[in-house]
Design a protein around this ligand. Sequence first.
Ligand SMILES: NC(=O)c1ccc[n+]([C@@H]2O[C@H](COP(=O)([O-])OP(=O)(O)OC[C@H]3O[C@@H](n4cnc5c(N)ncnc54)[C@H](O)[C@@H]3O)[C@@H](O)[C@H]2O)c1
Length: 414
Amino acid sequence: MREGSGPAVGATIPAANARAAPQRCAPKLVNRRRLGLRRPGRRKSYGRMTARVGLIGLGNFAQRNIIPGIVRARDVELAAIYDQSPNAVRAVAETLPPGAVCSSATELIQRRDLDLIYVATPSIAHAELVEAIIGAGRHVICEKPFATNYQEAARLASLAKTAGVVNAIDHEMRYSAIYRGIRDRVQEGYLGNVVMSALTFSSDYAVKPKYPATYYWSFGSLRDHTGGLLRQSISHFIDLYLFMFGGIQPHGGYCATMVKAKPELVESISSTGERVLSAGPLRAVDADDAIALAGRLTNGAPASITATWSAPVPTGTRWMIQGDEGMLVYEGNETGGLWGDALRGARIGKTISDLQLPQEIFPDTYPTGPKYMSALVGAEIEDVVRVIGGGSDGMFATFDSECEVWKIIEAWDK
Ligand SMILES: NC(=O)c1ccc[n+]([C@@H]2O[C@H](COP(=O)([O-])OP(=O)(O)OC[C@H]3O[C@@H](n4cnc5c(N)ncnc54)[C@H](O)[C@@H]3O)[C@@H](O)[C@H]2O)c1
C-alpha cells in the first residue's frame, strides 16, 4: 500500500467514468510556484491561486478543528458549506460570503468551482455522500471512521480508484511531530530490529458529561452509530501503527463494555459549564469502552493496544517501543492525552534522553489541545491539496489504508 498516493490531476479516467472526467472538473489549483510544482503549458488554465474546499457536516469537529484548519492552511479557502441542521449552518455561515451556503448536499457536490470536498458528518452518512462526490469526479477527504464497515469502505475505495480522484481520511495525528518523529526513528534504524511495541490509552470520553451528546452517546456508547472505543478512537492508533510500522496484524484480543448503562444527559449546563446528568433511569450502552488487543508487526514483533475511555482519572497515551539496538518512549499528557511530552529514547549502552523531533508544521500551536489538533488538520488539508496539484508522496491516510484499518477493527472485534 502506498500512502497518500492518489493520482495527479489529469489522470486518465476510463470511458465508463467519462461523466466524471477530470478535464471537466479538474481542480483549478493552486499556487504551484510556491509549491514548487511545474506543469508546463497547463498552469495558465488553473486561473486561480487558492484551492477551494466544500465542507459537508458543520458539527463539533468541523467547527472546532476543520474550519480553523482550513483557515490556517496556506492557499486553501472554505468556499461552500452544507449541513442538514440549520443551526449548524447558522453557526458557520456568518463568517462566509452568502454564496458559500448551499441548500443541499447535492447542490454543493455539483458545484463546479470546488477543488476538494470534505465530509465531516457521522459515519452513517459517509457512504451516500462520498459515492456522490466520487460520481461528480471530485477529490475528497472523509472523516473517520470511514463509513460503517469494511465492505462499505472497500466499495468506496474501489469507486475512488476507478474515478481517479485523490482520496484521504482524516487521521491528523500523522502530521504531529511526535508521530513523524517515531516513524523516522523506526525507518532510520535507531531501534535496530523492533522487538515489541506497546500502547496504552486512557480517557474519560464515554463517561464525562462535559462532552456533547453526540460524543457521550452516539460515538461514545452506541454500536449502530459506529460508536465505541475501537471504532472511534483506536482507529486513529491502528492508523498510526500502519503509518509508523507499515502494519499490524491482529492476533487475538478482547473488547468489553464495562460501563453497561449510564445516565441520560439533560439539556442544561451546570455552573461549572458541564452538561448535567439526568437523575432518571439509566440507559443501556452496547459499545466497547475497554479493550486489550494483541497483534504483530510486519517483522513478527509483538504489538499491543490496551485502552479504556471510561476512566475516572484519564492518563492519556503511552507508547513503549523496544528494538534490539534501542528504545523509544512517549507519553501524551495534555488534557486529551494525545500529545504534550517529549519523545525520549536511548541507543544501546546510552542513558534515556529527550530526542530531537522534526519541525512542527505550524510550530506556534504546539501543544495546546484543540488549536494544535486544528493545525494538524490544516497541515493534512495542505498536503492533500499539494497532491491534487500534482505533488507526490502525500503523507495522509487514504481510502485504501482505511480499508486496512477496518479489516483490523473487524478482526479484533469478534
Ligand atoms: N479526526 C478526529 O480526530 C475526529 C474527532 C472527533 C470526531 N471525528 C469524526 O468527525 C465526524 C463528525 O463528528 P462531530 O463530532 O462533528 O459530530 P456532530 O454530530 O457534532 O456533527 C455532525 C454534523 O453532521 C451533520 N449531518 C449529519 N448527517 C448529515 C447529512 N446526511 N448531510 C449533511 N449534514 C449531516 C449534522 O447535522 C451535524 O451538524 C464523525 O465521523 C466523527 O467520528 C473525528
